[in-house]
Design a protein around this ligand. Structure first.
Ligand SMILES: Cc1ncc(COP(=O)(O)O)c(C=O)c1O
Length: 383
């Protein structure tokens, strides 16, 4: 990166593949399927938007730069970037090692790959590095994948350590950076080969679009993700690219605010007798608090709360007026959900229990409202 990250994010048009003659602050949306090769006068050739598009290329250049990679593909959804990772790295009969606490959509996709392409999926708790090493030692693993913080369990994984173990056994290491985002955490600098994220969440921040991206560390891997993105039609349309760019310049101030507001709400909840446990990586009570502070600049405003009973958790969700019952996170509006019923419904009860999630666990994503209004809403919802 030539400039500091805040400056890069505030001048996205500088990442366009060519200069706009009118000097537009927002690089034009090239909303076209095709390009006339005869009109390109020997400059970079665009032919078809599925393969390459100048608007999308701008966002890919930005993400690649701020994540410290060699290339990026912007995808039509966040889960498409996970699919593209699998399509790039895995072959029929390959093996993958995944942190057991992962997004429900990733879990469902792993089942699809297992059933359709005979992929062997090993799950492990990545806090147990001996176990991770044992699996890598005893199996031919092509790819290691985790989130950090994990969703919904909010564990903090030591990315540098896991990268070292994965590489010792010649496996590639990918990190889903959707929660922390590149403003807080840069997995490639810690040794990962891929950083991928849903731009639906904090990166766009307005919640008005669904999209994703995957950044590769080396030129060779970058070429491969481009090849498979074109082959499988994973690339994002230019209109959605534009919507993502509208949110990016405010990422840092939003993350700071989400962090501070969510700490206040988590502290308030921790003192209530209807709450059994609050899991927020920014609280000293979190088991990986020190690592969270070291690995992330801002801690995202997503946390989990165990109510004393399932009935109370349900009553709370039913009665809130400001908190919507919604999946996803990173939007300006605060939201709550029971992961076992919505975002992680593809897990069985036993699989969720193994990662510490029950029917009385509620996941909060704190938005950008006023603290007093959120606390009032919580108080009236449990009355
Ligand atoms: C950690 C994580 N990764 C990936 C995704 C998938 O992103 P999208 O919903 O944009 O497809 C999600 C969605 O919630 C997520 O939480």
């Amino acid at each position: 990166m030539n400039k500091n990250i805040e400056t890069a994010l505030s001048h996205i048009a500088k990442y366009a593949p060519f200069e706009d003659k009118a000097g537009a602050s927002h690089f034009p949306i090239y909303n076209t399927g095709t390009f006339d090769l005869k009109k390109q006068n020997g400059n970079k050739i665009y032919d078809y938007t599925r393969s390459d598009n100048p608007t999308r290329e701008m966002l890919e250049n930005l993400f690649s730069d701020v994540e410290g990679g060699a290339g990026c593909v912007c995808t039509h959804t966040g889960i498409a970037s996970v699919a593209l990772l699998f399509e790039t790295v895995l072959k029929a009969n390959s093996s993958i090692l995944v942190e057991a606490d992962c997004y429900g959509g990733t879990f469902r996709l792993l089942k699809v790959f297992k059933e359709k392409y005979n992929i062997t999926v090993h799950f492990a708790n990545f806090l147990d590095q001996d176990k991770v090493e044992e699996i890598l030692k005893n199996n031919q693993i092509e790819l290691v994948l985790c989130e950090s913080p994990t969703n919904p369990g909010l564990k903090i994984i030591d990315l540098e350590q896991i990268a070292n173990i994965a590489h010792k056994y010649n496996a590639l290491f990918a990190v889903d950076n959707s929660l922390a985002t590149f403003i807080s955490q840069r997995p490639l600098e810690l040794g990962a080969d891929f950083s991928l994220f849903s731009t639906t969440k904090y990166v766009s921040g307005h919640g008005a679009v669904v999209a994703g991206a995957i950044v590769a560390k080396t030129q060779e891997l970058a070429q491969e993700i481009h090849y498979y993105a074109n082959a499988h039609g994973r690339s994002q349309n230019p209109m959605d690219v534009y919507l993502i760019t509208l949110g990016i310049p405010t990422l840092k101030i939003r993350m700071k605010e989400h962090e501070q507001l969510s700490i206040k709400i988590a502290n308030f909840l921790q003192e209530q007798d209807y709450i059994k446990k609050v899991t927020h990586p920014a609280l000293k009570s979190h088991p990986q608090y020190e690592l969270a502070k070291k690995q992330m600049q801002y801690i995202p405003g997503v946390f989990c709360v165990d109510f004393v009973s399932e009935e109370l958790a349900e009553k709370f969700i039913e009665n809130t007026k400001i908190f919507g019952e919604k999946c996803s996170f990173g939007s300006p509006d605060s939201r709550v959900e029971i992961p076992a019923k919505i975002s992680h419904a593809s897990f069985s009860k036993e699989e969720l229990a193994a990662i510490g999630i029950s029917d009385s666990t509620v996941r909060f994503s704190i938005g950008l409202e006023h603290i007093d209004d959120l606390i009032e809403d919580i108080k009236q919802a449990v009355k």
